[in-house]
Write a protein that binds this ligand. Structure first.
Ligand code: CP
Length: 311
């Protein structure tokens, strides 16, 4: 994967996903060391170019780069020349002229990381674009499920909530399907994409049917910033129908786990109790985000400097 862009899970083969997950599993060990730093990416430069808010993704890319000894620059849109009308593409080209080894891009508009990748020499990692894809979230989710279940093939994964506006749902549908899992989606009909079955998933507007025997339940955030118009009568009704609590878990497999990409609307998608306690694995997902992003930075920028032959 050296020098490759990562725009979406759709672009990855099953073998590449397995390589990324294996490498990430190895990286988890670094977090347990007294000195959480290895020299692997010494001399590499990584730019975090986030045009949309983030806590988990931006922090974990920064920590991942630093644990690998790369120099990490966090570009801040609010104090940049974007405020002097410089365009996003000119901003990206300007930063590329400083010879970074990788640029991590998040933008609220789908397609921006792809457009930037077409213009820049440096490899681009998509850290989430509109409702298109969030590939590193899906990869860390797959890593978390693999650690819990020991496999992905043959599992039943139920994704619940605002599927239509969720880049996390889209990337996880592609990823888990590619790895041999059965993927179900459930939510109020206006929150299910038109012809969602074309993604190769089964769609449900009845939560009980969607959860029946599921091994993994993934709750999604209600994305108020992307919703236009009413998609359900009230938050209270959404929570009663599609919000997950311990009582509703009885429909799923006895050893089902509960996931959420965060941030959680507590008491809406997940009960307070389920947010904080097993079988939810939300903080394991966050923890795995660092190892997964270390693996990607290593695989994409790691072996030799750009333009030189492998040793
Ligand atoms: N899961 C996720 O993308 O969270 P952030 O928006 O906090 O990065």
């Amino acid at each position: 994967m050296i020098g490759q862009d990562l725009i979406g899970i759709q672009d990855l083969t099953r073998e590449q996903i397995e390589t990324i997950l294996d490498t990430a599993q190895g990286m988890t060990e670094v977090a347990g060391r007294e000195i959480k730093k290895v020299p692997t990416l010494r001399g590499r430069t990584i730019i975090n170019l986030f045009f949309e808010d983030s806590t988990r993704t931006r922090s974990s890319f920064e920590i991942a780069g630093k644990r690998l000894s790369a120099d990490v620059i966090n570009f801040s849109p609010s104090s940049s020349s974007l405020n002097k009308s410089e365009s996003i593409l000119d901003t990206a080209k300007t930063l590329d002229a400083m010879d970074p080894d990788c640029v991590v891009v998040r933008h609220k508009v789908a397609g921006v990381p792809q457009r930037i990748a077409e213009l820049l020499d440096a490899p681009i990692i998509n850290a989430g674009d509109g409702a298109h894809e969030h590939p590193t979230q899906a990869l860390l989710d797959m890593l978390t499920v693999y650690q819990e279940k020991g496999r992905l093939d043959g599992l039943t994964v139920a994704i619940v909530g605002d599927i239509a506006h969720s880049r996390v749902a889209r990337s996880n549908i592609y990823g888990f399907s590619k790895m041999g899992a059965e993927v179900r989606v459930a939510g109020p009909p206006p929150m299910l994409p038109v012809q969602v079955e074309e993604f190769g998933v089964k769609a449900y507007s009845n939560l009980r049917e969607a959860l029946d025997g599921a091994d993994v339940i993934m709750a999604l955030r209600i994305q108020n910033e992307r919703l236009k118009g009413a998609h359900f009568p009230s938050i209270r009704e959404y929570s009663a129908t599609f919000g997950l609590d311990r009582a509703k878990l009885r429909y799923a497999a006895d050893d089902a786990i509960v996931m959420h990409p965060g941030p959680v609307n507590r008491g809406v998608e997940l009960s307070h109790e389920l947010t904080d306690h097993r079988p939810s694995v939300i903080l394991d997902q966050v923890r795995n985000g660092v190892a997964l992003r270390m693996a990607l930075l290593y695989l994409i920028t790691g072996r030799q400097p750009k333009g030189t032959a492998p040793e």
